[in-house]
Design a protein around this ligand. Structure first.
Ligand SMILES: Nc1ncnc2c1ncn2[C@@H]1O[C@H](COP(=O)(O)OP(=O)(O)OP(=O)(O)O)[C@@H](O)[C@H]1O
Ligand SMILES: [Mg+2]
Length: 360
């Protein structure tokens, strides 16, 4: 299996907007290592550079500076035929006139290993548990979006890839099918362990598939970790708000005498070295807002049940601020009622309001 290393990768694009030249840094000094067989997901908002990074790992575009290594060999020195990259794009990118069977077997035929095609196909079909056989005689236009993506994955797998790259392969298929496709892919990657990078902006997908999640913003890596690390210990406000649904609550406030004080809540100890008046944002996830007989009164604006996740989400307001609370699924409350809130200090995260960096 293959270890993939990115060393200080930078890639800039020139764009012209209203006749003016702009330089966009799609990848900004990125370094990252995927050890053999690991699945890494790259998560980030639209335009942050995910596809660019994936294409650089694939060797489809060259970085302006920095380099990619497969098992310590620079990618630029590996002939294209020997790179062994299996890539699945958002749109499938299948040959329009080819039946699925021909598409999947293309690489093996090319290598005079045609005899391996039926067995490989049967194995992939068996592991995914889907009727791949039924799809083999069809052309792309006779396949649904989800089926096309499965054929795309089977094709990539049939190449014996050293590195597997996925660029939002399931983003165009409906939620139920997407969940199913995710499970199939997970099974496949377990059976054929290949070092993989998976680009998505869907957290659920990232959590389901990844060993490690890379969070990107504007060409930079903000944080790398398991989902739990990112959720419990975000290094800045961007990661804190990007990771987690429902979103973390943020309260503006200031440091006073080693304590944080906001509009409605306050008195929580924070780092002692902050000058009084330093703007500090307190973040707390909805499950750490508690409701008691006493506390900060807040009026319930909406009540949204999340049956599958077994909680109800309350959106409330009080004292000029809005926040969200997650309550047990059987919690009874009506819109317009008043609830009394306190913040569980165990769930509080503090950020420097100016820089967004975590400070406690
Ligand atoms: N060929 C190109 N020429 C000029 N600019 C480009 C080119 N490709 C990408 N960009 C710009 O680089 C930035 C990163 O693009 P990229 O496609 O990597 O983002 P992304 O994270 O994959 O976004 P999405 O989630 O929307 O797919 C964007 O601002 C994009 O406009
Ligand atoms: Mg993209």
């Amino acid at each position: 299996m293959t270890t993939v290393t990115l060393e200080h990768i930078t890639k800039r694009y020139e764009q012209y907007q209203d006749g003016e030249r702009q330089v966009i840094t799609a990848a900004d000094d990125l370094s990252l290592k995927a050890t053999s067989g690991q699945i890494i997901t790259i998560l980030g908002p639209s335009g942050c550079g995910k596809s660019t990074v994936l294409r650089i790992i694939a060797g489809l575009i060259a970085p302006d500076s920095g380099r990619v290594l497969y098992d310590n060999v620079p990618l630029a020195e590996i002939p294209a035929m020997e790179r062994g990259v299996g890539m699945v794009f958002q749109e499938g990118a299948l040959m329009p006139h080819w039946e699925a069977e021909r598409t999947i077997g293309f690489f093996l035929r090319l290598r005079q290993r045609e005899h391996e095609v039926p067995e490989r196909m049967a194995r992939i079909a068996q592991i995914t548990g889907i009727g791949l056989e039924q799809l083999l005689s069809r052309k792309p236009r006779q396949l649904s979006g989800g089926e096309r993506q499965r054929v795309g994955i089977a094709r990539a797998l049939a190449r014996d890839p050293r590195v597997f790259l996925f660029d939002e392969p399931f983003s165009n298929i409906d939620a139920k099918l997407r969940a199913q496709a995710r499970v199939e892919l997970k099974r496949l990657l377990h059976a054929f362990p290949v070092t993989s990078f998976y680009v998505t902006h869907d957290q659920v997908e990232a959590i389901a598939l990844a060993d490690r999640i890379v969070v990107m913003r504007a060409g930079r890596i903000e944080q790398v970790g398991a989902y739990r690390d990112l959720y419990d210990n975000p290094i800045n406000l961007f990661v804190a708000t990007f990771i987690g649904t429902p979103t973390i609550n943020c309260f503006a406030g200031r440091a006073v005498d080693g304590q944080w004080h906001g509009e409605n809540f306050g008195g929580f100890p924070i780092r002692g070295d902050l000058p009084d008046g330093t703007p500090v944002t307190a973040g707390i996830r909805p499950e750490f807002v508690q409701m008691h007989r006493e506390g900060m009164p807040a009026v319930v604006d909406t009540v949204t049940p999340y049956y599958a996740e077994r909680f109800v989400l309350l959106e409330v307001h009080g004292g000029g601020e809005h926040w969200q609370i997650s309550a047990p699924p059987d919690f009874q409350v009506e819109v317009g009622e008043t609830v009394y809130c306190t913040l569980d200090p165990d769930g509080l995260l503090f950020f420097d309001t100016q820089t967004g960096q975590r400070i406690g």
